[in-house]
Design a protein. Structure first.
Length: 433
RNA sequence: GGGGAAAUACUCAAGCGGUCAACGAGGACAGACUGUAAAUCUGUUGGCCAAGCCUUCGUAGGUUCGAAUCCUGCUUUCCCCA
């Protein structure tokens, strides 16, 4: 994609958006010198990035917008070692095949956000495996290890916290490997700044230290705050786990819903971080939102902006359409569903758990519990289904049902579907055939 | 190498021979209230053919009418001494 330039300087831009946690002295001056190259590393632990990495992606986007050159590093080598930061136990190593698959997936996602083609500040993607693959162990400990003392490495929190429980030499070496990445990029790509989450500070500093001791060079760092929700829970997780950028892992509908469900408190922060809207625009939105909070303008703008950029306008529109229908009240919603063409109907429920039940069963009638457990596995046990029914949590076709409900052909929408809900937001679909 | 302590459900954590499917807290899920927010209040949180029955308290045995609770072996973790 192409990137429109802004005039605001990079650091100021990040500052008002609340995206800076810490910065090395001299960093601002570095960016004022002209086109500056900076990099962020992405961990290839899965074949898709999730919305946690979206913060880092946005940083690179801002960097490029303010005229600097972003480098996205995918860690083919570091992925083989495993970053101990924030981990309490030794990490499983990835095998080569998975690693390659993951790198490929991540690469294609990054291409959606950054401009890799045009101009002096075109983004670049690098894989640290390229410079590590022919670097022998002996050469590494002589050329790199010599410059950093064990005392220095042990002082890092990521290491200290693991001294009790144990840590392999492999993970202990991680900071040196990442540090060398920075050195390599500094030397070969004139990359003078490393960006990253605040948990990466220790690793980044090892890099600047290596550059200083090995080559007497200057290098800088900016870290972003780790996102948390206002209630203290982890950002980027929904009931089903991570929220992924890959639509086969997290459907656009669910993706959109994740953002729509953002609390007011978080929404005003997120909109600064995850959208490219200008300060006046955002200030205005927040003001409007405060005046009429129940309209949830912020959440809608946030969800719209991100869904479109991560997926597409079409995906966004489909998600809104689906949301409108699903969250309408009772009869209205059923009428809406009945009116839908079959393919749209299927799109809406893509990504919703589905089960097929034979049409003949409907003729004779199916008890609600059998339908929810035995026939579909929507609930994991009869007890759980009974419990939910008692709690008045289960709806069939948008109306609450009790334990004695029997499903028959008259419950079929479009003669084929039964819409099941647990609570307000969990949908399941039964297909008769 | 010697000595001591501990292992309980998603997590922390009670329990120390029957009244224990196991206190309590957190989390999670649901209900009410709302705005598909937050906060608050309430309920639920092993399974089943459900006033009953079955399987659970690291693991394998044993004592006992009866064990999460006592004994023995094993495994793992932590602490102290060398």
């Amino acid at each position: 994609m192409t990137i429109k330039k802004t005039t605001m300087n990079f650091i100021d831009e990040l500052k008002w958006r609340g995206m800076i946690h810490d910065m090395m002295p001299g960093t601002e001056h570095e960016f004022s010198k002209g086109i500056t190259t900076a990099y962020i590393g992405f961990d290839p632990t899965a074949d898709s990035l999730h919305i946690g990495s979206l913060v880092q992606i946005m940083i690179l986007v801002h960097l490029q917008k303010s005229g600097h050159k972003p480098i996205a590093l995918v860690g083919g080598a570091t992925g083989m070692v495993g970053d101990p930061t924030g981990r309490t136990s030794e990490r499983n190593m990835l095998d080569d095949e998975t690693l390659q698959k993951n790198l490929k997936g991540i690469r294609s996602q990054l291409e959606k956000f950054l401009d890799f083609k045009s101009g002096a500040n075109a983004a670049e993607m690098v894989n640290n495996y390229d410079w590590f693959k022919d670097f022998s162990f002996l050469d590494f400990i002589r050329d790199v290890g010599k410059h950093i003392t064990v005392n220095y490495m042990m002082a890092k929190d990521s290491v200290k916290s693991r001294l009790e429980s144990g840590m392999s030499f492999t993970e202990f070496s991680y900071q040196l490997v990442q540090g060398y990445d920075f050195y390599w990029l500094w030397k070969n790509k004139k990359c003078t700044v490393q960006l990253g989450g605040s948990d990466q500070w220790g690793n980044i500093v090892t890099g600047t230290e290596l550059i200083r001791r090995k080559a007497g060079g200057d290098a800088f760092a900016v870290t972003t705050p780790l996102l948390k929700k206002a209630d203290g829970s982890k950002f980027g997780k929904s009931a089903g786990g991570n929220v992924w950028l890959d639509k086969t892992k997290t459907s656009p509908y669910k993706f959109y819903q994740y953002w729509i469900n953002t609390s007011d408190e978080d929404a005003s922060n997120y909109i600064k971080i995850f959208t490219l809207k200008s300060k006046p625009e955002i200030d205005e939105l927040i003001k409007e939102h405060l005046a009429v909070p129940h309209l949830r303008l912020l959440q809608k703008e946030l969800a719209k902006d991100i869904t479109i950029r991560v997926h597409s306008v079409e995906d966004f529109e489909a998600a809104v359409h689906a949301s409108e229908i699903l969250f309408k009240k009772d009869e209205e919603a059923i009428a809406g569903l009945n009116a839908l063409p079959e393919d749209v109907f299927n799109d809406i429920f893509e990504g919703v758990p589905q089960a097929e039940i034979a049409l003949v069963d409907f003729n004779s009638g199916i008890s609600i519990i059998d339908a929810l457990v035995l026939k579909s596995n929507f609930f994991s046990s009869n007890g759980e289904a009974r419990r939910s029914l008692k709690e008045n949590a289960v709806s069939i076709n948008k109306s609450k049902v009790s334990e004695d409900k029997i499903l028959t052909t008259s419950d079929l929408i479009k003669g084929k579907y039964v819409l099941v809900q647990k609570g307000k937001k969990n949908y399941y679909l039964i297909k008769a055939n």
